[in-house]
Design a protein around this ligand. Sequence first.
Ligand SMILES: *Cc1c(COP(=O)(O)O)cnc(C)c1O
Length: 392
Amino acid sequence: MIRKARLYTPGPTPLLPAAQFAMAAADIHHRTPEFRAIFQKVLAQLKVFIGTKNDVLLLSSSGTGAMEASLANLTSPGDKVLVLTAGKFGERWTGLAKAFNLEPEVLSFPYGETFDLAQVKAALKPEHKAILLQATETSTAVRHDVEAIAKLRDEVAPKTLLVVDGITGLGTTHFDVDGWGIDVIIGGSQKAVMIPPGLAYLSVSERAWAAMETAKNPRYYFDLRKERKSAAKGETAYTPAVALIAGLGAALDYIAGQAGGDLERGRIALIDNAQVNAEATRAGLVALGFALFAPTAPAAAVTAVKVPEGMDSGDVVKALKTRFSIVPANGQGEMKGKIFRLAHLGFFDYLDTIALLGAMEHVAKETLGLPVQWGQAVAAAQEVFAKTASRV
Ligand SMILES: *Cc1c(COP(=O)(O)O)cnc(C)c1O
């Protein structure tokens, strides 16, 4: 039998064919009217995709580049920042804060859980220059409540900047970026926007721009003020990833096309799509007897699943790969071997979920030896789809 390769990793995610064509056709120079037209269109589309009136910038780097850029541009050595963490990507904020000689106060919560808001409230102080967090913690498949954190900031430390790693949150979570006062929110190309790795994008509030005027940490390649100036002329400060930007434009066109050309509604449809697929996946896997790693605050971007005691999640990963050419993600760090993760962000549809759950029935029965009735996981997902699809 033949097998089609299918990525179910939470970045890189499956590529949109229309974006691949646009990338292949993009042999243009970046200091030309042709590129400026594409770049300005993509920046305008990204504002709608993020849902903000703030400036949006594109950087030729992976997502972590924009995390680094945020700290380099907003902070000075010795600044205190509050890091909210419950996983590997939260820990990345701590590492970055230390690298820029900040004084991070780290409030950490167990893997698989979200933040306790009372503890956040008690820890947050007006002297914190910024709060650093993830919208969704991809390593544990948890969604954090950005709106609640924003409200606490308004209440306790209204001058503190809110810097959100939305790299898997954007396109899977509804945000009111301007209404909640998110100062920086960061996205990455290899997640919900269906193109390969290599671009980061971020929106920057007026307060954040003002903070950059006095911030003293060093920056050169990631000088956001320089990028803002160039962007106003339709350019980038340095040679951009031209092909990825062309692909991003095609992907955002596709997302708009899902709602008759209206990108805002297309974004909402994409988010609802991830939410329904995540819910259907959770229902299917629970019906098979698996336990969720993050049952209390599950993300729509990705689902993390525990394997029964004594089993290794690497066996599930291997079986999906060798039998079905499906590529899931193992756990990261100390979660390796204990969980596996399945993505829903970007170019996944309901039928991808059904296919995955069908394969999971085989793996559960034939690899793990669990008692499985054919159709058990698929039927549970169909129940979810039948109930929710009419709503979205
Ligand atoms: C993928 C991801 C990142 C960025 O990782 P890069 O490898 O630098 O693109 C950061 N945060 C979260 C939550 C992610 O999912």
